[in-house]
Design a protein around this ligand. Structure first.
Ligand code: DGJ
Length: 689
């Protein structure tokens, strides 16, 4: 009998092997140093009763069909000729180095390795690698399988669609399987690969929760299963059939695992810090997140140097620091029916190339970013006419947004794309790529994702100073795999602040503010038609990586003044917010969506409380803060009291000046905000005295 223990932040994983594949016997709050692992293993042993075989099949890191495991196995393989077989593994050895543990088991010419790593950001990452002494076929390979708590009555996974990303689903645990499979070749809006398992009583600010994220951009399959005996398991892996060829080596992506004893905010904190501090590699970590201007919703494909120079003047005057030229600058791209793949500058629109615009943008003190969609091709393009065979999937497939996907498993396709994108980057002073991906893939194949990653990696190596934004019709590719290669995600094509407030709140369970792009849109949202006040639009965008995306020439003077004010506030506060943590608040009023952003070390914070709809409350309910030092005193002040409606006529203290209260009072009693109209964002700043 062998045992191992790993600790990451506040959590512990304990594992054992009785000679077979290792199994997790404990995942939860960090155990005391002296915990007797043999006793822990003994304590995890379960009884038997009627209707069962005479030994409980182990729920190992890869549950084995060949050992009568009564649920979904973690591995399904066949010989190269298609004959299935069910290996029974024997534990061989453990290799430990620092915070990494590799557990190696063997069977029938196969070697199964489970890699487990404890990170200083407080997360575990887990990966399964299968090697064979011959070519075999893989039907299913799960990342290391963790037992799920039996003390939960529901799980929370993530669903969405174009313009409505990061919608949280609460699904009850029942005997049997909750299966989600993303077969669109992207991590996707529909089933992003995130799962939270809260125990009963868990809220944003208190209670116990577990979370898993499959860090892969090419789709996934998730199985959350309650076995007939009551045990629960969660498996994540590539979609079934995504390993299309026989091979001698297969690997799952990394599974990120987090336990929290401080409610959903413990999950959010670990994910946010892990993505910001471990997953992403920043070209220049010290560089403040620049305020963006993106021209898409201002001009779409209608490019001209005169218009864009004028727009750049206005954007710079509002405070923009990076100007991003979106779709429409290449080939003969007047709409979305042509030219993807032809990455040469459209001389009809840009007779002197992009340099005059770049020079103008830079003369205004902004840097320049450019849109690409490298993985795609339009049938109406020179590239397609020259290489129709470079397309992924069947010849008679249906297009999506009039486009097809290039087969990135082919080295010559990647070489062409590398050269085409690299040539533009080399010839111009560009510090940013908005990398789009606007159609669902016609087939699932891990080779496509490996090919895309290779292209990202080569371009990043050749142009290390360039930051990249991951966009896929908005938030269709937001995962740890892509964030290891990019620096920002376009959360959604919907920049209606009403929708964004909710999306950003839920996405904060997984994403830090520094990567979450958020833009101030036009008065009338282009995706909902809703008209919202500038103050609300601006403050919602200022919660994350801030920018503008409208025609700034069409903004009223009054709105421009508001936007300049919020932009100045963002610039004054972004550095500590980016280094801090977003904590979701438990609002007792469902029409109020509220969060705190707490500085590292806790010396300051800001509360954003968004009134999303007309409330049924006559007077606002108290809003409890979180994460403060109970004994410390804090001065709190309302930044934008001027946004109150005429009906706010009482002596609410925050309207009249700062208050000084202890952390205990702020967390136990909470704060009382003034009454608000829908589409108001209260901004309360706090400072530890
Ligand atoms: C979809 C993106 O999400 C938009 O922001 C924009 O870049 C368009 N593609 C351009 O075609």
């Amino acid at each position: 009998m062998r045992q191992w223990r790993m600790d990451a932040g506040g959590q512990t994983l304990a594992l054992t092997s009785d000679g077979g594949l290792p199994a997790v016997v404990y995942w939860g709050a960090r155990l005391p140093e002296g915990e007797d692992l043999a006793q822990l293993v003994a304590a995890a042993r379960q009884d038997l009763t009627g209707g069962m075989i005479d030994q409980l099949p182990a729920l190992t890191l890869t549950p084995e069909a060949g050992r009568a495991f009564p649920g979904q196995p973690g591995l399904m393989v066949a010989e190269a000729d298609g004959t299935p077989f069910q290996p029974q593994f024997t534990f061989d050895r453990a290799e430990q180095s620092g915070t990494q543990l590799s557990l190696i088991s063997c069977a029938e010419g196969l070697t199964l390795t489970h890699h487990l790593t404890a990170h200083t950001t407080g997360v575990f990452t887990l990966q399964t690698v299968l090697e064979a002494d011959r070519d075999i076929r893989l039907h299913w390979l799960a990342a290391p399988v963790l037992p799920a708590s039996q003390l939960a009555d529901h799980m929370v996974d993530v669903h969405g669609r174009w313009v409505r990303e990061f919608h949280l689903n609460r699904v009850s645990w029942t005997p049997g399987i909750r299966l989600r499979e993303s077969r669109t070749g992207r991590s996707g809006q529909e089933h992003p690969p995130y799962l939270i398992l809260p125990e009963a009583g868990c809220t944003n600010t208190q209670g116990t929760a577990f979370a898993l994220h499959y860090a892969w951009s090419g789709g996934h399959r998730m199985v959350a299963e309650e076995l007939p005996d009551g045990r629960r398991q969660v498996q994540f892996g590539a979609p079934v059939g995504a390993q299309t060829k026989p091979s001698r080596r297969f690997a799952s992506a990394e599974l990120v695992a987090i336990w929290s004893g401080t409610g959903l905010n413990g999950i959010a904190t670990a994910f946010q810090h892990d993505i910001r501090d471990r997953v992403i590699t920043w070209p220049n970590p010290a560089r403040p997140r620049p305020v963006h201007y993106n021209c898409w919703e201002a001009i779409y494909f209608d490019h001209s140097l005169a218009d864009l120079s004028d727009i750049a003047d206005h954007a710079a005057a509002l405070g923009a620091e990076r100007f991003v030229l979106d779709d429409g600058w290449f080939g003969r791209r007047d709409d979305d029916t042509s030219s993807l793949g032809d990455w040469g500058i459209d001389r009809r629109k840009w007779p002197d190339g992009l340099q005059p615009l770049i020079a103008h943008v830079q003369s205004l003190g902004m840097t320049f970013g450019l849109w690409f969609e490298p993985e795609m091709v339009n049938p109406d393009s020179d590239l397609y006419r020259a290489h129709p065979d470079w397309v992924l999937g069947p010849a008679d497939q249906v297009t999506g947004r009039n486009q097809l996907v290039l087969d990135l498993s082919r080295a010559e396709v990647r070489d062409y794309l590398f050269k085409a994108v690299s040539a533009i980057l080399s010839a111009h002073d560009i510090d940013y790529i908005k990398w789009d991906h606007n159609r669902l893939l016609p087939v699932v194949d891990v080779a496509q994702t490996h090919g895309a990653y290779d292209l990202f990696d080569r371009l990043r190596a050749a142009h290390p100073g360039v930051e990249i934004e991951s966009c896929a019709s908005g938030g269709g590719r937001i995962d740890g795999g892509i964030l290891a290669r990019t620096h920002r995600v376009w959360l959604s094509d919907c920049i209606d602040a009403h929708e964004r407030l909710r999306m950003q709140h839920d996405a904060a369970l997984f994403l830090p503010s520094c990567v979450t792009g958020s833009h101030v849109g036009a008065l009338h949202s282009h995706t909902t038609g809703r008209a919202l006040p500038m103050a609300f639009r601006a403050w919602v965008a200022a919660q994350r990586h801030f920018g503008f995306e409208m025609d700034p020439r069409k903004i009223s003077d009054a709105d421009a003044a508001i936007l300049r004010d919020v932009t100045a506030w963002y610039k004054a506060n972004r550095d500590w917010m980016v280094a801090g943590t977003i904590l979701r608040l438990d609002s007792a009023d469902p029409t109020v969506t509220a969060e705190m952003q707490l500085a590292e070390g806790g010396a300051r914070f800001v509360v954003f409380a968004g009134q999303n709809a007309q409330t049924v409350q006559t007077l606002p309910r108290p809003l409890r803060l979180t994460g403060l030092d109970p004994a410390a005193r804090y001065r709190i002040s309302l930044r934008n009291g001027a946004d109150r409606p005429p009906q706010s006529r009482g002596p609410n203290a925050l309207k009249d000046g700062p208050l000084t209260l202890t952390g205990r009072a702020l967390m136990a009693q909470g704060i009382l905000l003034p009454v608000a109209w829908p589409a108001t964002m209260w901004v309360v700043e706090g400072e530890r005295l």
